[in-house]
Design a protein around this ligand. Structure first.
Ligand SMILES: Nc1ncnc2c1ncn2[C@@H]1O[C@H](COP(=O)(O)OP(=O)(O)OP(=O)(O)O)[C@@H](O)[C@H]1O
Length: 267
């Protein structure tokens, strides 16, 4: 990476400035700004079709914003060589592509591609990283299994392990809890929070979620899309308010506290 492309050491992992998104004639979100520092977890919330995935893909640099700017590590995506961007940010997509027959270990090693040398051979270090990622995703012992034989939740955790093996500084996760049972939902969120809070490389997480109570438990910042172009962005407790959530989801919600934890209960 030359000096022009190197992320500024003190730059936020991700910034959006006066960002606005439109598909066809419809505005998904009006102007808002965000700034994600290392150590933080940002959750994107909103009803079906509100624009969460479109926003996440825009933050991933896969589509341009209609207005405003996105900066990764202090620089616009246009200033990032593709391979360097793939080392800095990684995306877990909502619909896992149809797998072809391959072992779990081979599938997770795909996450190492941005890090391989010019001949593209995986080394012992890459295999060790992939095995550790599988263990972190609760799949130790699955290395030799054919991915086509896995359950939906196991496949989702293989996709998470591949992203862990990619080891980006910024994790962009589209509904990472899809197909996961309760235990694995909490374990996955705790894993990403631990990575964000404790990894010395300085990592952060942006994730799309539907569970308000898990968002209340794991988010530092929240962006709430109301499905009509309205956006509320800010610190968790500023955004996770019963009146704002009830309005956005078109369903009355009550905020309660249980053993010091905030929960939202639909009427
Ligand atoms: N290329 C496109 N052409 C037309 N409409 C599109 C296009 N891409 C997305 N949309 C529409 O934009 C809206 C936002 O889609 P998006 O997938 O971002 O929503 P979402 O909030 O992630 O929804 P969900 O919770 O259902 O996953 C939807 O109404 C979708 O149909």
């Amino acid at each position: 990476m030359n000096a022009l492309h190197r992320p500024a050491a003190d730059a936020p992992l991700l910034e959006a400035e006066r960002l606005a998104l439109q598909v066809g004639e419809r505005w998904l979100c009006c102007e808002f700004s965000l700034r994600l520092a290392a150590g933080e977890c940002l959750v994107l919330l909103g009803p079906n079709g509100a624009g969460k995935t479109t926003l996440l893909h825009t933050l991933a640099g896969l589509r341009p914003p209609t207005a405003g700017a996105v900066r990764l590590g202090g620089r616009p995506y246009a200033a990032w060589p593709t391979l360097e961007a793939a080392r800095f940010r990684g995306l877990l997509v909502q619909q896992q592509p149809d797998h072809f027959a391959a072992s779990v270990l081979e599938t997770v090693l795909i996450g190492r591609h941005p890090h391989l040398g010019r001949w593209g051979w995986e080394g012992a270090d890459d295999v060790a990283i992939a095995r550790r990622a599988l263990a972190d995703a609760g799949l130790a012992g699955f290395e030799g299994r054919d991915v086509l034989t896995l359950s939906g939740g196991e496949r989702q955790r293989v996709a998470i392990a591949a992203l862990l093996a990619q080891a980006p500084r910024l994790f962009l996760l589209d509904e990472p809890l899809n197909h996961l049972d309760l235990h694995h939902q909490i374990a996955t969120l705790e894993l990403f929070r631990r990575i964000a809070r404790t990894d010395p490389a300085g990592r952060g997480v942006v994730m799309v979620m539907h569970d308000l109570n898990l968002a209340a438990r794991f988010a530092d910042q929240v962006i709430l899309l109301d499905g009509r172009g309205g956006v509320t962005a800010g610190e968790r407790d500023q955004v996770l308010r019963a009146e704002l959530l009830s309005e956005a989801f078109g369903h009355p919600l009550r905020r309660c506290e249980l053993d010091g934890r905030v929960i939202f209960v639909p009427d």
